[in-house]
Every structure is written in structure tokens, then in C-alpha cells.
Design a protein around this ligand. Sequence first.
Ligand code: CO
Length: 216
Amino acid sequence: MTNTWYMGDLSKLIAKNKIWAKQKKAIDPDFFVELAKGQSPQYLWIGCSDSRVAPATLSGLDQGDIFVTRNISNLMIHTDLNSLSVLQYAIEVLKVSDIIVCGHYGCGGINAAMGVTPFGLTDNWLRNIKDVFLQHKAELYEIQDPIERANRLVELNVYKQVYNTCYTNTVQAAWVNKKNLTVHGCVFELSTGLLKKLDCSVSSIEQIDSIYKIDI
Ligand code: CO
């Protein structure tokens, strides 16, 4: 008896990978030899898990250029060991100089956080976005169009996560130790394919509120 129902089908993915590897090698025969030697990326990308917002693809960069962590709605939460570990490794071991928090318009997590539909476990994660909404509710309720309101929350959430990143002891220690490190905020627009840089870059400990400062 053959049970094939549980096997799934990766044949398209494996076939496409073969073609991709072949093309890369055709352009640069040493590409994978160099890649296997190690990584030294300039960027850490904190992005949304959304399948349409793939960092290396949309930035036109290559394998080895961007260290990445992604979760629903690009959050940097101070109790999330995954993001915090990625952040520490990126700064202290890989020595990235630029951290990009990237949100995107039309974000499902942002839309879900603005609604009341239950999503099970995910509701706990979305709570963080509801907190951002609450912080800016006067401004957000002024916006009548629901899509524009959601778009604004996408931006406000990026600002919040940029600062959450800066409040970590890892980022503060890097600045105290005179490391060249900037945290940027960006929003990706699905309908145009363009990345918009928000005016919220932070590159020194002086730019963060004193309550969050740690005497490192
Ligand atoms: Co999203």
C-alpha cells in the first residue's frame, strides 16, 4: 500500500532551486564557493512574515547581504527571545551597521489588530499592535477612510518598533561602545514595489527617552 497523501509536493520548489543555482553559477562560477566561506552582511532586517515582502528580493540585494528576522507585523518585543537573539547576534557577531524595521501597507496583522475577529494564539501577538493603536487613537480616529487609517497604523507601528529596538540593552551597549549603528524605519508599498524610508532613523543613545536608558 502506498501512502502518498502525507508527502506533500515540493517538486516545483526543488526544480526551481536547481534552475536558480545553475543560473547563479553561470553568472559567477565562484558564487557558492564564496557564499560557503561565511557571511558579513551590512543590514539586519526586521520585517513582516508576509510572503510578498521578501527582503533580498525587493531590495535587489543578494544572498549574504541581509541578516533577517521576520514575524507577524515586524514587531520587536522585549520578551521575544527569538528577535532579541537575532538582534544580539547581528550586532555583536556579524557587526551589522544598519538595522531596518520594515512594515508594509496592506499588512494582515495590522488589519487583524484593528478588528475583533479572533485568531487564537495570534491574538496575544496582535495585542502589541492594539497597544500602538491605543497610544495614537486620537490621530487614528480622525482618519475616516479605513484603508488610510490602517496605513497610518502601519507607519506608527514601524516607529514604535524602531524605538523598541533602540531600547534594548544590545543596541544601547553598541552605542556606548562607539559602534557605528543606525536603526531605520521603512514601509514597503505592495502596489508599487517601492520601499519608502520613514524619517525616524536613530543612531545614538541621546535620541532615546531617559526612562529607557540603561547605564551600561
Ligand atoms: Co504584514
